[in-house]
Design a protein around this ligand. Structure first.
Ligand code: NAG
Ligand code: NAG
Ligand code: NAG
Ligand code: NAG
Ligand code: NAG
Ligand code: NAG
Ligand code: NAG
Ligand code: NAG
Ligand code: NAG
Length: 714
């Protein structure tokens, strides 16, 4: 009797434990069998929806009385008998759904390396069906495949709506055709990759509703404090952009789904295309917690399918959405400050003039022939000498109308040679700080450098105290004239800007590493990047560059030369410059190109943040997208932009040794590799300056982008 009872118990136990959560590669699941998640929350098996007789493989809640299917494998390819079975194809390392004739009705796309693995399938308690290598354990990063990446019409807590930018995977919801047919219907909900990504609802390919961009706390379309039971969140970096909707009470059941549901049947029906349902333990049914869109005019039925959706897309209340821009973070009453800045800048320039003038008097005039340049080896520069009258007539006697702008140490004129060739002439002003040393440096350096991203020196001209440099003419002028101009910024969409960024990086890499001489530019900024007819960037103004022989990469100078807002902390405060101080300036330039905002320099009223500080804060709050220039329109490749922001923050790190070299920068810009997390940047707020030592700049300094030379007081 006891024995019999024991046997009976054994049968019972084996019956109840026959449902397992794991499928091994030697096993299969036939129609009638199922997988049940360890906690008994979800079940995977075969079912027939509504009145349909077809068989589908799907996942539903195990422990609620209302059969609620959350995922379907073979949505559009039903099996018309009960011979379906799911197994692991060990050759391909994938999941396959076959019938008795071995016809494949559905299979998982496994893209990872599948050699030498023992794949197992498991249904988890969050409803995720995963295929993983038995040896890897339960590490979500190493899943070979997961059903959460291929949603049907339901978004469960833990699922992501949005993009994996590395693989191009777009996780989006699609309605069932009808309650009897799970094949993809005409309503979708997916993440749009704009400057400010936001989920949007589409009907038959037409956009009908946007949730409004995520503002850091909620979607602008959602009133603050609404839906306290649901934890909406949003995530974006250069690898992923997605939204999630979890339950605040983790043990409660909730799901977001797309379906055309009439919530108010009768005289004034309201259609909801998307609903959040919460399981009511009390009523033992699903309760509609939220429905979207709620605006009756946003429904297809009321506004009609007259095409007025592509022009008037109902969206969230934009007033709630407050964008923090770098420019607005600056002080407002800067007038007196600008006065002081200009006065001190003038004083500095005058001092430099005096120094330069005294030096000049002690030196003979320099000619562009090698023999006249002492200390240099005998070497043919092959640099054409122009005579002064030629240049004078080419520039209309340096007429005001020909003036292109004011470069470092002198005006630049446009000229046209007799043969029609257009040139740019830099006239080193006698009152400038550029003495013979700088001039000679510039001439020799530029003549030797040949790179498509460096401006080309055509020749020089010296007459008396007149020193002229003749460059190729750049019709599109400086990068600053685009990115900081309300109208012209629109001409630079993201692909063009990315092209410019990569060009500048390559040009700088050449200066640092590839050229025969190792050159540190020391004054890289937007106005020193010129654009040719095809918008190719060319770095200009090497007057301040320094050469080094061999591997010398650092120097210390008594003369700090550069532009505030671009200078690395160690250079501005200690006079120490290196390739890494150029990298810092490149990082600033990158931020400016992305944001369209000027790095205003170190000094701000109200101890407010500057461009770097703003970028750093937004990055750490997971809101880097708010840095992006609105002028991009929809042109931006989010992955690229975010990668550029990431790289820029690596470049402006406080410690020079933490910053990457330009070689790494070029590699990082062009690859998908994982980047290190940036550390705190230098000069992110005025506080840094007040607390830190700042021996050189104890006066108000220029923030207007002028190149300035200072004498170090030691
Ligand atoms: C499924 O598994 C059962 C038991 O392991 C086995 O008898 C059957 O042949 C398998 N069916 C298929 C189609 O592999
Ligand atoms: C099932 O489908 C196949 C082809 O897809 C068809 O040949 C067959 O007749 C169908 N069987 C039933 C019972 O409908
Ligand atoms: C397994 O996958 C391989 C490669 O994709 C394919 O050739 C083979 O037919 C599959 N086997 C089964 C049983 O589906
Ligand atoms: C399976 O194969 C048999 C003969 O090989 C054929 O008669 C039958 O229609 C096939 N069934 C399906 C569903 O393809
Ligand atoms: C598998 O990949 C192919 C091609 O990339 C795609 O067309 C198909 O939809 C994918 N299937 C699933 C289930 O994702
Ligand atoms: C909301 O979700 C986010 C992301 O999944 C998570 O980090 C956070 O802890 C959740 N908050 C609550 C209150 O559940
Ligand atoms: C959370 O949800 C569970 C299941 O619905 C319920 O029993 C429990 O009371 C809830 N907890 C709170 C704090 O609401
Ligand atoms: C979609 O909504 C309709 C109408 O409310 C309902 O009958 C149907 O069951 C819903 N479909 C799903 C898959 O829940
Ligand atoms: C859930 O059940 C309650 C009580 O029976 C009922 O009032 C309510 O309308 C039901 N909700 C839905 C969505 O069916």
């Amino acid at each position: 009797m006891n024995n019999l009872y024991f046997i009976f118990l054994c049968i019972c136990l084996s019956k109840t434990s026959s449902a397992t959560d794991t499928l091994l590669s030697s096993q299969n699941i036939t129609d009638g069998k199922s997988l049940v998640s360890p906690g008994g929350v979800f079940e995977l098996g075969f079912f027939s929806p509504g009145i349909s007789k077809s068989r589908y493989l799907g996942i539903w809640y195990k422990n609620i009385p209302v059969k609620t299917v959350v995922w379907v494998a073979n949505r559009g390819t039903p099996i018309n008998d009960t011979s379906g079975h799911l197994l692991i194809n060990t050759t391909a390392g994938s999941l396959a759904l076959l019938n008795k004739n071995k016809t494949v009705f559905w299979s998982s796309n496994t893209t990872k390396e599948t050699q030498n693995i023992s794949p197992v399938v498991q249904l988890l308690d969050d409803g995720n069906l995963i295929l993983r290598d038995e040896k890897e354990g339960d590490n979500s990063e190493s899943y070979l495949w997961q059903s959460f990446d291929y949603p049907s019409d339901t978004l469960l807590p833990g699922m992501k709506l949005g993009w994996d930018l590395r693989t191009g995977l777009n996780r989006r919801l699609t309605t069932w055709k009808s309650p009897d047919d799970p094949s993809p219907g005409d309503i979708t909900w997916e993440m749009l990759l704009h400057n400010y990504p936001e989920p949007a609802t589409f009907i038959a390919g037409k956009e009908v509703f946007r949730s409004g961009p995520w503002n850091g706390e909620l979607y602008s379309g959602k009133p603050p404090g609404a839906l306290p039971a649901v934890n909406f969140s949003f995530f974006a970096d250069e690898y992923e952009v997605y939204a999630t909707a979890g339950m605040v009470n983790k043990s409660a059941l909730g799901r977001m789904m797309v379906n055309r549901t009439t919530a108010n049947p009768g005289t004034s029906p309201v259609y909801y295309y998307r609903q959040y349902w919460i399981w009511s333990e009390e009523h033992r049914n699903w309760t509609l917690y939220a429905g979207y869109p709620r605006d009756p005019c946003a429904t297809y039925a009321k506004c009609g399918g007259n095409g007025n959706y592509i022009s008037q897309i109902p969206s969230g209340d934009q007033d709630i959405y407050i964008k923090v821009s770098g420019a607005e973070l600056g002080g407002k009453d800067d007038k007196w400050r600008i006065g002081v800045i200009i006065a001190s800048a003038v004083a500095v320039i005058l001092a430099m003039f005096l120094v330069g003038y005294l030096r000049l008097r002690r030196r003979k005039n320099l000619k562009c022939t090698q023999t006249n340049i002492e200390e240099q080896k005998q070497e043919d520069l092959e640099l054409p000498l122009f005579d002064f009258p030629t240049i004078e007539s080419a520039t209309n006697k340096f007429s005001f109308n020909n003036k292109l702008g004011e470069g470092g140490f002198g005006p630049v004129y446009k000229g046209t040679l007799i043969d029609g060739k257009e040139i740019a002439v830099k006239r080193l002003s006698r009152s400038s700080g550029q003495g013979m040393i700088e001039f000679r440096n510039e001439v020799i350096l530029i003549a030797k450098l040949q790179h498509r991203n460096l401006v080309k020196l055509l020749g020089c001209c010296i007459q008396g105290e007149e020193k002229l440099l003749i460059y190729e003419y750049m019709p599109n002028k400086g990068l600053d004239s685009f990115i900081f101009d309300e109208m012209r910024r629109k001409l630079l969409d993201w692909p063009k800007r990315f092209h410019i960024i990569c060009g500048i990086a390559r040009g700088l890499l050449y200066l640092h590493q590839d050229s025969r001489l190792r050159i540190i530019h020391r004054d890289l900024k937007a106005s020193n990047v010129l654009l040719d007819r095809e918008m190719n960037p060319k770095i200009s103004d090497f007057g301040l560059a320094r050469t080094f022989g061999g591997n010398q990469t650092e120097g210390n100078t008594n003369r700090v030369v550069g532009t505030y807002g671009y200078m690395a902390p160690e250079y501005a405060t200690e006079g120490q410059f290196s390739v890494k101080s150029d990298v810092f300036s490149f990082g600033i330039l990158l931020l400016e190109i992305i944001s369209g905002k000027k790095s205003k320099g170190f000094y701000h009223l109200n101890h407010s943040l500057n461009l770097i500080g703003n970028a750093w804060i937004l990055w750490n709050r997971g809101r880097p997208l708010e840095l992006i220039d609105e002028g991009f329109g929809d042109s931006c490749n989010l992955s690229e932009v975010l990668r550029c922001i990431h790289v820029s923050l690596l470049c402006v790190q406080q410690q020079p040794e933490d910053r990457p070299t330009m070689l790494s920068v070029v590699q990082m810009l062009c690859s998908q590799s994982t980047l290190p997390q940036p550390k705190e940047p230098g000069f992110s707020s005025e506080k840094d300056l007040v607390e830190g030592e700042f021996p050189l700049l104890n006066n108000e300094m220029s923030s207007n982008g002028l190149t300035i030379t200072l004498l170090k007081a030691r």
